[in-house]
Structures are given as structure tokens and as C-alpha cells.
Design a protein around this ligand. Structure first.
Ligand SMILES: Nc1ncnc2c1ncn2[C@@H]1O[C@H](COP(=O)(O)OP(=O)(O)OP(=O)(O)O)[C@@H](O)[C@H]1O
Length: 325
């Protein structure tokens, strides 16, 4: 039971469709006290009630047989390969994604820009399996596996993370409990021992410093009453603690003051390695001054219509989207 709850919370709790039981349902939970932050509770026994998912696509897919080097001479490992991805809004069947193509390799930072309503967030949410959307065509290969065959929880546990444009509150679940459960779910998936509350705190503590968050945020319910900027920092805290091979950051710069933007960017840069990759959705060149992308993609009407280096973003900033057309 605990296992399935842990699996659910790693990603789907972060979608708005999640509902949690009141916090008094944590009876029998294990707890410890850490002086600086008060009481930590391991919440394996919180009851979660989730609406059924509708976004799981089961399109048949042929995994690539050629190596990355065969295709374009770059021998770095491909982490994510999106081909001709199309998707509709589940409820209305309105088509939003109209054939997205993208390849992300280890060690790369990609930025996706585009006018309001061009499909950037939808693309990000479809990748993590958000239930509001149905995939209608195309393929997505993540670390050699068919991503579209995985549930949102499996995607998260496989190492795909998304920071939402508007991170949702999770009432009744403290930050520390959320991180603890999500972390242990990943440990389980990797066949490693689960950590107790003290051990998890030792992992989280340096990450708090990385994102410059006060430890008091750990005992608050996830995002409840957080300011816009605090929510964004909290998203990066989750990324820092849980880790990911591909992190999708949807407008991580929105709502941040100039100092907070630098802190968050510095934290993201601190998490980048030669083995992982970041996909940033943004409207503003200023973010790209801090987190430098190898590629900038322009999305229009559900497709990536142009890919280039950061000079595209600079041109956009100066002359607007008419310069891209
Ligand atoms: N769940 C939904 N229900 C109805 N319409 C939706 C839904 N999700 C996306 N859309 C519509 O799909 C289009 C693309 O939306 P999306 O949020 O992906 O754009 P975006 O490029 O991220 O925009 P912005 O830059 O303003 O954040 C918009 O017209 C939006 O209204």
C-alpha cells in the first residue's frame, strides 16, 4: 500500500487533480524531532484519493536501432527523442500539439520560446503524462524506452521532472513528507534502501542552502500560502532533492524578483551535469543570460518552427516574433 502511494505522489500529486485526506489521517506514522525545524513525520500512511488518469497513451513504437552518432555525428547519449508528437485536450479533443520534434542529449540545456498559447506548456505537460491531454500520434523515447507507455508516476521515477508554471498546493502534506515519500519511491525503483526521516533531512539540508530556502518551509504544507517566488524555489528544491535526468522547467522565471531569479538560476546551474539535461520554457532572454542554452526552439501553433542558438532569443527580445517569421 505504501509503495503505491509513494509511486503516486512522486508526480501525480503535483497535478491539480490530486486530493488529499486531512492531515489527521497520519496515525501510526513514524516521526522524529529536529531542533531547527521542529517535528518531521514520515507520512507513508496518509490517505490519498486520486481521480483516474486519462492521459496514458499506448501507441506502438519502434525503438531506434541506430546510435546517436550514426544520425548526426554527435556521440553524446540521447536522453529524450520526440518525433511528430500530436496531442489533443482530453475533454474537447481540440488539437494543440501538431507534430513536435525535439532531441535532447546528455549535458544539454534547451529553451523553448513562443507566443502565448503556442503550446509550450501543453508540450511540457504531455511529456509528463498530464491527464488533461491525450496523445494522438508520434513517439517519445526517454532513455531508450517508450515514454508514452509509462504512467506519470513511472515517468517521474524514470527520471523525468517537471516544474509547473503554477505549482499546485497539496493540502495536508508537508514539504518534508512529500520529499521523503518521493525520494523513497525513487530509491525503491533503483533497488536502494529507503531512508528514515533523519537521513532524508541530511539530504535535504544542503539542498535548502542551494535554493536559499529557510528550513521552516519544510514543515509547511506543499505550496500552501507560499508566494509565487517561494513556489518556484520549492519546485527547484524538489528537483534538487529528487534529481532527474531530464528536468522541464515551465516559466521558472515568472514571478521572480531579480535576486530570486539569480538564486534559482544558480541552483539550476548547480544541478546540471554532463549526464542530465534541462528543457526551459520561457518568454524572456534574461533567464538565458543566467542558464545558458545550447539550443533555442521557437514554438508556433503546436510545432517547433525554428531551432537555433541563443542569438534567436536575443533577436526576439529586440524585435519580437515578427523577426522570426
Ligand atoms: N486543459 C485545457 N483546456 C482548454 N484549453 C487548453 C487546455 N490546455 C491548453 N489549452 C489551450 O491550448 C493552447 C496552448 O496552451 P499552452 O498553455 O500550451 O500555451 P503556452 O504556449 O504555454 O502559452 P503561455 O506562453 O501563455 O503560457 C491555448 O490556447 C490554451 O488555451
Amino acid at each position: 500500500m505504501a509503495t503505491s502511494l509513494q509511486f503516486q505522489i512522486t508526480s501525480t500529486a503535483r497535478f491539480s487533480s490530486f486530493k488529499t485526506a486531512p492531515s489527521n489521517s497520519t496515525s501510526n506514522s513514524r516521526s522524529i524531532t529536529i531542533p531547527s525545524i521542529g517535528r518531521l513525520t514520515s507520512s507513508c500512511c496518509i490517505n490519498y484519493h486520486r481521480q483516474p488518469l486519462t492521459a496514458k497513451a499506448s501507441l506502438s513504437v519502434e525503438l531506434p536501432t541506430t546510435s546517436a552518432k550514426d544520425i548526426d555525428g554527435d556521440s553524446s547519449k540521447i536522453l529524450l527523442e520526440v518525433k511528430d508528437l500530436t496531442a489533443v485536450i482530453a475533454e474537447t479533443k481540440q488539437q494543440i500539439l501538431k507534430g513536435v520534434n525535439l532531441v535532447m542529449r546528455e549535458g544539454e540545456v534547451h529553451a523553448v520560446m513562443g507566443k502565448n498559447g503556442s503550446g509550450k506548456s501543453t508540450f511540457s505537460k504531455v511529456l509528463v503524462g498530464h491527464p488533461d491531454y491525450e496523445v494522438t500520434g508520434g513517439t517519445v523515447i526517454f532513455k531508450g524506452e517508450n515514454l508514452l507507455d509509462m504512467s506519470p508516476e513511472e515517468r517521474s521515477l524514470a527520471g523525468l521532472f517537471m516544474s509547473f508554471q503554477s505549482p499546485v498546493e497539496i493540502p495536508g502534506v508537508s514539504n518534508i513528507d512529500f520529499l521523503h515519500m518521493a525520494y523513497n519511491a525513487r530509491q525503491q525503483k533503483l533497488g536502494r534502501p529507503e531512508l528514515d526521516p533523519l537521513q532524508i533531512y541530511q539530504i535535504i539540508s544542503p539542498k535548502l542552502e542551494l535554493v536559499k530556502m529557510d528550513s521552516s518551509f519544510l514543515n509547511r504544507n506543499v505550496n500552501e500560502g507560499f508566494s509565487g517566488g517561494e513556489r518556484k524555489r520549492n519546485e527547484i528544491l524538489q528537483l534538487a532533492v529528487l534529481g532527474a535526468e531530464v528536468a522541464i522547467l515551465d516559466e521558472i522565471d515568472s514571478g521572480l524578483d531579480v535576486d530570486a531569479l539569480q538564486d534559482v538560476a544558480q541552483a539550476v546551474n548547480g544541478l546540471l551535469t554532463a549526464q542530465n539535461s534541462v528543457l526551459m520554457v520561457t518568454h524572456y532572454q534574461r533567464l538565458l543570460d543566467y542558464i545558458k542554452p545550447k539550443y533555442v526552439h521557437i514554438m508556433e501553433d503546436g510545432r517547433i518552427i525554428k531551432t537555433g542558438d541563443v542569438s534567436i532569443a536575443k533577436l526576439l527580445d529586440k524585435e519580437g516574433y515578427k523577426a522570426i517569421a
